[in-house]
Design a protein around this ligand. Sequence first.
Ligand SMILES: Cc1cc2nc3c(=O)[nH]c(=O)nc-3n(C[C@H](O)[C@H](O)[C@H](O)COP(=O)(O)O)c2cc1C
Length: 373
Amino acid sequence: MSDFYRSILRPVLFSGLNADPEWLHVQTLRSLSWINSSDWLRSRLNHLYGFDSPRLSQSLWGLTFANPIGLAAGFDKDGVAANVWSSFGFGFAELGTVTFHAQPGNPQPRLFRLVEDLAALNRMGFNNQGAASLQSRLEQRSKGIPIGINLGKSKITPLEAAAEDYLGSFRLLKPLGDYFVVNVSSPNTPGLRSLQATDQLEPILSALQTENQSEKPLLVKIAPDLEFEDIAAIVDLAQRFQLSGIIATNTTIRRDGLKTQMIPATRKPITEEAGGISGAPVRERSTEVIRAIWKQTRGSLPIVGVGGVFSAEDAWEKITAGASLVQVYTGWIYEGPTMVKRILQGLEERLEQSGFESLQAAIGSSHNLAIKE
Ligand SMILES: Cc1cc2nc3c(=O)[nH]c(=O)nc-3n(C[C@H](O)[C@H](O)[C@H](O)COP(=O)(O)O)c2cc1C
């Protein structure tokens, strides 16, 4: 099956038909939302793509994660396929970004493949049906893998009123998500990333934690483009507000080191196209950020690592750098539906080779080696 996707289907879709990436995404989600309501189809998928591994399971935030590989935010913004993700082998899935007000996002085209770089460029701008719509959809959901809900600020809400906007979504969705993420790191909502400054982030976290009363794990998702001292300040704040973890990282606004120079669909140089880059170009930086957070906290604050994961090796690097959980988005587009199973098999092999009893023992283990040496 993996060969079918990578050697036949992907070349046909990406090059032969040169299918518009957003069109393809919409069609994929349409099919998945259909599968979402069929127990039979989901069990067929699970048969093909699922992978059981007790050694990869862990307990975190009072939740059970059957494995550490999750779907990153942005793929299923409106939760239309919330029941399906476990059938592709994912141990958890993050829905959203959802905003309090429904919004159309930025004008199209707004999603591009950078095939030579194993990357994507997107400036979707939080296109989503709004928190109330996600609420009614999730009320129909059957219980399954842990579901995270990623919250963003509505475009029409001024930055000064951001806390109220996040809070509005959180109030509606609190009973329906297993963990929540404050997204202040998308490059595609004007000014959003300025909310990463601690004086701006503080009132948002304060409002959410007051409402939360420690009932649900709350995390913050950060950009890869922050300086280390800014990351350290966010980590301090996260600890002060007793957040449950940090998601590192979102897409990058950097354009250096790319092979792709021109976007064929717009005929503009890549340096003139707004948006965030995901996939292979963000891999190393996101792992560096994970490493820095782990070092600062000595592993006391769980990290969800995301950015450029395509293989077991990539996931292992993030886990041993300090990530308790790992998410994928762009890798899944390139590698196809067998990707999670392949990663899980590879992680089991690495546990075996390194002599770790469990996944938990491997988290942050590259730091310990460095200390011993
Ligand atoms: C098309 C697209 C849309 C995305 N939308 C969101 C989003 O709505 N919220 C969010 O927090 N991250 C979003 N992301 C970022 C991913 O969740 C992830 O942090 C980033 O792409 C790095 O992981 P990757 O290299 O595995 O894709 C999006 C990424 C892509 C490619």
